[in-house]
Design a binder for this molecule. Structure first.
Ligand code: M6R
Length: 364
């Protein structure tokens, strides 16, 4: 049942090239020129704002989607944690498309938030892994994320399938709103179709990550830093690590470092920096230097160009394949997952069933 793997978590990490490929196949037209994902009655040109609500890892997927909706489709996007949204009388102005994201489709707070939005939002859409779930049934449109059954409490493939689904949805929004030309959309779909191969390539960092995990397992605290669309990946990396290895970890936007968390940095605090050579790379490098100047140990996860520039200065680096910028949040989920996985093994924790946690949180 674990397909030769020791844990469901590793099986599910390894399945990502396949399931991401399934998402792309399901949501892209056969001619690969357009998105065709079944959003009946949704015209993003008529939408003024998307409001996305979720918990945990699904919330972090939504945070990445915010960057994409705004940058690619010029569409204002708001993201809320479900347990906050449902109790704060949120305002859903006319033309709001409300989106609820959930692997299980049964998360109590997300379901309650959905019920609040019904009748107030123009449309209620969900991104779910279980088409039979309460959240799927109660939404106007349920978009399947095609991850297949996820057993491990730590969510992995559901996260990358949520992201891939959000990316196709954003392209559909860009098409409706005319913020991308047909050629640009086709070119981005071509990039997207290279994603399963890139994710396979990222999986080959497994041995390098395994090698560094014994060191990480000794840490009491770990910081994760990222900027822009990589910031939510820092949050996700920290959640994954704390969830299964019980090491205290925090994710921060790199630029926030000097507003507080840098006080934590010392020789014993590894700082994981997720920094592909993107438009914000130079800014992130200067944050990294601030960490190193205080004796912090930087574990850099980056592409070849970034590692060529700064790899010699850091404690250790993990190489990711070069990839189109838009795909990087999906790709960099893989090393974040592997880091948590191997650190948990080094600590001897119960990877698939971490203490105090349930796979599906059906009580608030
Ligand atoms: O089933 P859902 O996607 O609604 O679950 C939301 C969170 O409970 C879930 O993502 C949780 O944070 C995971 N254990 C993270 O690995």
């Amino acid at each position: 049942e674990k397909a030769g793997h020791r844990h469901f978590m590793m099986k599910e990490i390894a399945e990502q090239p396949t399931v991401i490929g399934n998402v792309i196949e399901a949501h892209v037209a056969p001619d690969h020129a357009r998105v065709d994902m079944g959003l009946p009655g949704v015209d993003f040109a008529q939408v003024n704002r998307v409001s996305i609500v979720a918990c945990g890892t699904a919330y972090y997927a939504a945070l990445v989607a915010k960057y994409w909706f705004e940058r690619i489709a010029g569409l204002p996007a708001e993201v809320d944690i479900a347990s906050e949204f449902r109790y704060r009388d949120p305002i859903l102005p006319p033309g709001t498309l409300a989106i609820f994201v959930s692997q299980s489709g049964e998360t109590a707070d997300t379901l309650a938030a959905l019920r609040y939005a019904k009748g107030k939002a123009a449309k209620v859409v969900s991104l779910v892994n279980s088409p039979e779930s309460s959240i799927a049934r109660e939404s106007d449109i349920a978009v399947p994320i095609h991850a297949g059954v996820e057993v491990s409490v730590a969510s992995t493939k559901a996260f990358t399938c949520m992201l891939t689904t959000f990316l196709t949805m954003t392209l559909r929004a860009a098409e409706d709103r005319g913020t991308m030309s047909g050629e640009e959309i086709a070119a981005t779909i071509a990039d997207l179709r290279s994603l399963p191969g890139l994710v396979s390539h990222a999986l080959s960092a497994d041995a390098a990550i395994h090698a560094v995990a014994a060191q990480l397992a000794k840490a009491r605290d770990v910081l994760f830093l990222g900027r822009g669309q990589m910031f939510p990946l820092a949050l996700e990396g920290a959640l994954k690590l704390k969830e299964i290895s019980y090491i205290h970890a925090e994710g921060y936007p790199s630029g926030e470092l000097k507003h507080g968390p840098i006080a934590l940095v010392d020789r014993d605090t590894p700082v994981v920096v997720l920094a592909p050579h993107d438009r914000l790379f130079d800014k992130t490098v200067s944050n990294m230097q601030e960490v190193m100047a205080r004796g912090g140990k930087v574990l850099l996860i980056a592409d070849n160009r970034a590692i060529a520039e700064v790899g010699n200065d850091v404690w250790t680096s993990i190489a990711m394949p070069d990839a189109p910028e838009i795909l990087q949040p999906i790709l960099y989920a893989v090393p974040a997952q592997l880091l948590a996985y191997h650190t948990a093994i080094a600590k001897g924790t119960d990877v698939d069933q971490p203490r105090n946690l349930a796979k599906s949180v059906t009580v608030e």
